[in-house]
Design a protein around this ligand. Sequence first.
Ligand code: CP3
Length: 344
Amino acid sequence: MAENKKMLRALAGEVLDVPPIWMMRQAGRYLPEYRATREQAGDFLSLCYNSDLAAEVTLQPIRRYGFDAAILFADILLVPQALGADLWFVTGEGPRLSTITTQAEFDALKPAADIHETLSPIYETLRILTGALPADTTLIGFAGAPWTVATYMIAGRGTPDQGPAHALKDQNRTVFDALMARITEATIDYLSMQIEAGAEVVKIFDSWAGSLKGDDFEKYAVAPCRQITAALKARHPSIPVIGFPREAGEAYVGFARATGVDCVALDNSVDPVWAAANVQVDGCVQGNLASSHMVTGGQALVDDTRAILRAFAGGPHIFNLGHGITPDADPDNVQRMIDTVRKG
Ligand code: CP3
């Protein structure tokens, strides 16, 4: 079965004439069909927990564009919610959570083993997708990396510099380390269940890895990713893992070797020619077109797409954006990117 899945072939290290392509946030507000289904569900979280509708929005970009991979429709913040944090979304602003900054607040969290009751609809979404996807489309599961999830749990919201999480790390290392360990354990169990439900690849999103400097990058980005990857591969030896330490910069170098991931996803602050020489030497890379091209389109989109294809042509590569597509993107620009990748 794996032979006709380009995504799995690239992850296994094969160099393909035309790389597989999918897009972060490919099911999202830039698509009218997504907005309609989200309306039907009521709100974003209700959509995440409605297995039939979550499967439907996962399939929408596959039907429209024929991407090589489908990513489970869910959110990295469902894990904090399953651990007992309150979670809600403020329209136009983003997520809000109850905060964890004291030992007492940490002690009120549920054990990692108790997350599955909340998360069982997510596993059901994957089971539905396993029967509904085209035979050549790979199903991706995902979770947030412990540091990124912790930044939201500590601050109770997204933050420009992850200040509250850095403050807790520096001022109350006991609670910070306990929180990181709890998230890590929950993430291993969550991803393991996703694999059992049909995920063929898992991706670990460390969106805020870029704010971890020096030793902190090793301790809180590399080590948890290594621990999660090793535990998953012990339980599911053939599962490929994609790591995304966003804005890691120079620290992308050696990340695959240090963590054991099969593929490193690159954000678009990284020059593809540099990344080919310094990151792709260790295996598959994913990326890294600026998502702003999906808004602006034109010849620049085509030129940058071609430059990325050229830079990564000598090794295993999965074409993607450097970060999620934004709600103001034009669906026609997505088609133009795909045509450039597939037809030159
Ligand atoms: O990529 C996909 O299509 C799969 C689904 C997915 C979502 N979020 C759906 C979503 C994935 C993989 C995520 C990951 C995620 N969620 C990350 C890591 C990746 C990244 O973007 O850096 C983070 C940090 C989150 C947390 C989160 N969820 C934020 C900060 C927001 C609000 C910002 C925004 O774009 O509105 C969300 C909401 C969210 N998650 C939406 C979607 C489609 C928009 C919700 C809506 O429909 O209103």
